[in-house]
Design a protein around this ligand. Sequence first.
Ligand SMILES: Cc1cc2nc3c(=O)[nH]c(=O)nc-3n(C[C@H](O)[C@H](O)[C@H](O)COP(=O)(O)O)c2cc1C
Length: 340
Amino acid sequence: MTDRAQNTLKMKKLPPIFLSGNGTSRYLECPIIQSPLAGISDQIFRKFVRRWAPKALLFTEMVNAKSLELGHGEDKVIELSKESGPIGVQLFDHRPCSMIDAAIKAESSGAFLVDINMGCPVKKIARKGGGSALLKEPELAQTIVKKVSKAISIPVTVKIRLGWCEATSNPIDFALGLQDAGAQLITVHGRTRRQGFSGTADWEAISKVKKSLDIPVIANGDIKNSKDAINCLEITNADGIMIGRASMGAPWIVGQIDGEIKNQKSFTTPDARMKLILSLEHLKLLVSQKGNHGLLIARKHMNWTCKGFKGASELRHKLVRARTPIEAIELIEKELLKFT
Ligand SMILES: Cc1cc2nc3c(=O)[nH]c(=O)nc-3n(C[C@H](O)[C@H](O)[C@H](O)COP(=O)(O)O)c2cc1C
């Protein structure tokens, strides 16, 4: 982190982010946000993220609004009022009626805000008109935001990409349209849909969106640590940042970045023992909630977390082959004995 970057941030101190819904005003004390991650940001993962970042805004995995309207996928939005910090429900679809119905359900489950996904590049979703396909339909995108904002009293936010492809990319006009329609905050992932996850996120393009809007703008894409966070904030002048992939296997990263930026002192990254304890806890929670299927979900988390220490690669190799939760638990416990 450069001295200049450190000093600028010290002076700026990133103020809380204010959001006003259709009747309720809310604010986010922590400007570092955990991104929605399908297949990852479930209730157990969020519990870990909150351990290090109790005040950060977290998101559910994206929820299919049509399914929710029909009564499926409710497990993703259940008991949100029990979350110990702000929780956003992220919805995707292209039908305003389904979005309204799902947003009402999210609000009554205790969501802090409703976010509309206009960036998901997955073909299965975009082909049906949801996620990033809305980037090609600015009028429909605005209609969805307008109708959902009218139907609920909590804030409505939107997560976008820079456009469908470079040739048609016009994120400023697109975002201005959403702002006019009632969006309270916009997160911009600095890539087009066509880019997928290739190349690098264009923080300069995010800065232009930020300059053009009155509502808060969150910058997203390729922020892996505090140095990236500070550089991104310097370039974009965004009101906050959102962290995605860097949190996979590292649920402490949002808290780490927030702490390092605020306190200007470095954070002690969990060591091998802590990583093993965390993996064991994650595995046990998933298995207690989902039975043997929990082991399948835990595999990817253990594989991401058990890195960067002696014997980690051998352990990972054995963990992916463990056939039962007990076998996996014993492997981690055995590894932990080396640290006692
Ligand atoms: C496994 C995975 C799942 C994702 N799921 C979602 C999602 O449900 N909703 C969403 O808006 N973005 C989703 N994203 C995109 C991220 O939220 C984020 O915008 C993107 O990864 C760029 O940020 P990063 O460079 O910090 O990872 C997902 C990304 C990954 C890798």
